[in-house]
Structures are given as structure tokens and as C-alpha cells.
Design a protein. Structure first.
Length: 256
């Protein structure tokens, strides 16, 4: 069994441009944190690019794509460069991202670049689409949780809450509720606390959703149940940590 992983993305840091865009599926859909809000190209020609400007050079070691059709492409890769024309120090970060896995996570050695792009070198006469792009720094727990969230231990909430990007909390009572993962670590160190603290800061407590891979390697999309501050706990001499992760949908695992 693997230790849990967390993939966060600060979508406000990214500015998207594309070779072609269908006006019914605009680039702004990539900034909503709703994977089913799709960007779609308006053409099936080759090559095409979905480009991301992070405003300054950023160090990244993973890319996550969700609600994509990468498997429909003939040749597609992830690239990064130092200039907006992608001519200065262009590197191929992942040579082949063609896959049917959705969401899909690609990890790689740290790359520091400002401009990133999905290079649809050959679309195979298909129209590219994408629901969500997270390119950031992966946090993998260096400790296995003492009480890992398992399917048999997950709880369904009859009343759910949704945190909007403005911080407003809205509640609803959909059929089936949603799954709550509760896990705990009885022994953590300062490096673990600092890593988890960076995750908490990027998601602004429980405001922004993120992706979580459980110890069985199953991906979930949701948000933290509380506004945790693990580094403060560690500094106070508390070397254990308990957390809840709530799925962002009402049908158990919205990624299934």
C-alpha cells in the first residue's frame, strides 16, 4: 500500500491561451475547479497547443489532467519554456501523455519554467478537450497513517456543504450524501508538518478543492474538512495529526 498523496492547484496563478477555442467551451472553464466545465478546441487540425503562463518561473514536479481526451490524440506531450513563444530553453517534460486514465497524474523531476503547454502535435483528426489542469508540487506523506481511510470506514453525510471560491459555505441534502475520509498519524516530524502546511496554505484551508490519492492508490476529488494548521501543532509539541477529507460530489467518488 502506498502512502497518501495530495495534488493541489492554485488556478488563479494560471493564464490560459490556446490555438483554437470553441466559444461554448471557453478557456475560463479551466479556472472553475469544476472538472466537468470543459475547454474544447474549435478544430481538429494539427498541431495545436493549450498554453499556460504562470506569471513567473515556477518549480513543478507533477501534472494532473482531468476530463481530458488525451487518448484520442495520436501524439501529445507536455512541454515548458522560458519565453512565451516557446523558443527559449524549450524542454519536453513528459514525452507521451496519451492515456485513457482519467484523472491522470504524471510525476517528474523538478522543472522550473514560466510557460507550460500541452502540445497536441497530432490530434488524429479529433478535437482536444480538457476539464482541469493542475501543474504543481506533489506532497506525498512520508509516514503511513495509523488509521488510513478505508472503504469500510468511510462515512456518508446526508447533509453536504459546498465552499465557494469566495469562502461562502452553502449546504444541501442530496440523495446519497458524500464520503468522508478520516485518517490519523500518531508520529510526524517537522518536514512532514511543513509539507502538509504548504498543502493547507494552497487550498486556503477548506476553500479550494484538491486531489487526494488514498493508501490504495484510488484518486478522490474534494476538500479538507477543517482549517488545519499542522505546523503550529508541531511547534506546540503535538506530534500527531488527524484530518478529514470530504469528496466534492454526492455520488460517493465523483472520479469513478
Amino acid at each position: 500500500m502506498a502512502n497518501p498523496m495530495f495534488c493541489v492547484g492554485v488556478l488563479a496563478e494560471a493564464t490560459y491561451t490556446a490555438t483554437s477555442t470553441n466559444s461554448s467551451f471557453p478557456l475560463s472553464n479551466l479556472s472553475t475547479y469544476v472538472p466537468t466545465d470543459l475547454w474544447k478546441s474549435n478544430a481538429n487540425t494539427s498541431p495545436q497547443y493549450l498554453m499556460i503562463d504562470y506569471g513567473s518561473a515556477v518549480s513543478r514536479n507533477y501534472a494532473l489532467f482531468h476530463q481530458h481526451n488525451l487518448n484520442s490524440m495520436t501524439t501529445v506531450s507536455l512541454q515548458a519554456a522560458d519565453s512565451a513563444d516557446y523558443l527559449t530553453n524549450l524542454v519536453t517534460v513528459v514525452a507521451d501523455i496519451k492515456t485513457a486514465t482519467d484523472p491522470v497524474l504524471f510525476t517528474f523531476g523538478a522543472v522550473t519554467k514560466r510557460y507550460w503547454r500541452i502540445n497536441y502535435a497530432n490530434t488524429g483528426a479529433n478535437i482536444p478537450q480538457m476539464g482541469q489542469v493542475f501543474i504543481n508540487t506533489l506532497f506525498t506523506s512520508s509516514f503511513a497513517p495509523d488509521f488510513p481511510a478505508r472503504v469500510s470506514n468511510e462515512d456518508f453525510e446526508a447533509t453536504t456543504e459546498k465552499v465557494t471560491l469566495s469562502g461562502l459555505i452553502r449546504t444541501a441534502s442530496p440523495y446519497g450524501g458524500r464520503i468522508v475520509h478520516e485518517m490519523g498519524w500518531s508520529n510526524i516530524d517537522s518536514a512532514w508538518a511543513s509539507g502538509m502546511q504548504r498543502v493547507v496554505q494552497k487550498v486556503a484551508g477548506k476553500r479550494f478543492p484538491c486531489y487526494y490519492w488514498d493508501h490504495n492508490g484510488v484518486a478522490w476529488y474534494g476538500h479538507f474538512g477543517e482549517n488545519y494548521n499542522p505546523l503550529d501543532l508541531f511547534r506546540a509539541g503535538i506530534n500527531n495529526f488527524r484530518m478529514k477529507f470530504r469528496t466534492q460530489g454526492v455520488n460517493q467518488n465523483p472520479l469513478a
